[in-house]
Design a protein around this ligand. Structure first.
Ligand code: ADP
Ligand code: MN
Ligand code: MN
Ligand code: MN
Ligand code: MN
Length: 338
């Protein structure tokens, strides 16, 4: 039987890349361990001009397609120019180099992806022409008055598990229609590849319910939490001792680093990091134990056990995981190597 391979890539839309995908029918008996490169029209994805529009899809991560089932596949790709060099939108290529450079430190990441369902112009659960009861009861809530979209969330979780992605949990968030899933702990490339495929599965699953999911960092104006992508990070040394935890926290606060990081943590990050709604102001770097108003939190068990991981709370929901993991490995592992 022919195999349908869904080739998935990130495009050149600014300031936030969008996911794109198209289907390739593999001939009978095709070697699915060595999938062919493919091409696409970069002039339709903000990745090229019309006069030189051909770009290359190079498969880098493959998993079962839980939506089509059977032997069908999801195929995440890097985008290259026809001469084989990475396209500027290919942020994975830069992470590959940095991850390789510091591979000996065995970095692990767990990323908490917050997102919001929309039905038409309104977050799912927002009444027509008005607002729901204020924040308070929705986070990890239960019951039809507090929880909106659970059937989509459960289906998405099942799809992620069937695809073999490293999903580690889900929860309802502080605003109606807002949810979170976590990927990890995994290596920098794995957590990022799994995150992009999990995002694709989220949009694809919600599509079947006539609902859209958005990674918009401020999906509702007013007194509602934004949507982030808290990025939990450790190296082997951090998993073994507290000095390395403090070294990593200090490295993220070194001269020039807070701004370099925040600038790359997703479009609109300054609007989300206001200092209210469980955030630290974007222009003030702080870290602290159990502190949800700090830029970086050291979980309480980590202080108790004197080892573990740290949580960078600044990345927006719309952050590129290839970018946030590259910056954290570069900044923290360079300091830890000294
Ligand atoms: P919270 O909502 O309390 O901030 P979550 O439970 O949503 O925390 O997410 C914690 C994340 O930390 C999970 O994704 C998990 O995979 C990740 N994590 C746990 N241990 C480590 C570790 N040693 N290194 C990196 N990430 C870790
Ligand atoms: Mn065509
Ligand atoms: Mn969480
Ligand atoms: Mn959360
Ligand atoms: Mn968190």
């Amino acid at each position: 039987m022919s195999i349908k391979a869904e080739y998935i890539w990130t495009d050149g839309t600014q300031p936030t890349a969008k996911l794109r995908s198209k289907t390739k029918i593999l001939p009978d008996g095709a070697d699915t361990a060595a999938l062919p490169e493919w091409g696409f029209d970069g002039s339709s994805t903000n990745q090229a001009d019309g006069h030189a529009s051909d770009l290359v899809l190079r498969p880098v991560f493959t998993c079962p397609d839980p939506i089509r089932g059977g032997a069908h596949l999801l195929v995440l790709c890097e985008v290259d120019h026809v001469d084989g060099t990475p396209h500027p939108s290919n942020t994975r290529a830069a992470l590959r180099a940095v991850a390789e450079e510091h591979a000996d430190q065995e970095a692990l990441f767990g990323i908490e992806q917050e997102y919001t369902f929309f039905e038409g112009a309104r977050p799912l659960g927002f009444p027509e022409g008005g607002f729901p009861a204020p924040q308070g009861g929705y986070y990890c809530g239960v019951g039809a008055d507090e929880v909106f979209g659970r059937e989509i969330v459960e289906k998405h979780l099942d799809h992620c598990l069937a695809a073999g992605l490293g999903v580690s949990g889900i929860n309802a968030e502080v605003m109606p229609g807002q949810w979170e899933f976590q990927i990890g702990p995994l290596s920098p490339l794995e957590v990022s590849d799994h995150m992009w495929v999990a995002r694709w599965l989220l949009f694809r699953t919600a599509e079947e319910f006539g609902v859209s999911a958005t990674l918009d960092p401020k999906p509702a104006k007013g007194d509602w939490n934004g949507a982030g992508a808290h990025t939990n990070f450790s190296t082997r040394a951090m998993r073994e001792g507290y000095d390395a935890i403090i070294t990593a926290c200090d490295a993220l606060g070194a001269e020039g680093k807070p701004l370099e990081h925040v600038r790359a943590y997703g479009a609109g990050v300054q609007e989300r990091l206001t200092g209210a709604h469980e955030t630290a102001p974007w222009d003030e770097y702080t870290y602290g134990v159990s502190h949800r108003g700090a830029s970086v939190r050291i979980p309480w068990q980590v202080e108790r056990d004197k080892k573990g991981y740290i949580e960078d709370r600044r990345p927006n929901a719309n952050v590129d995981p290839y970018v946030v993991t590259r910056l954290m490995v570069d900044t923290c592992c360079t300091a830890l190597a000294k």
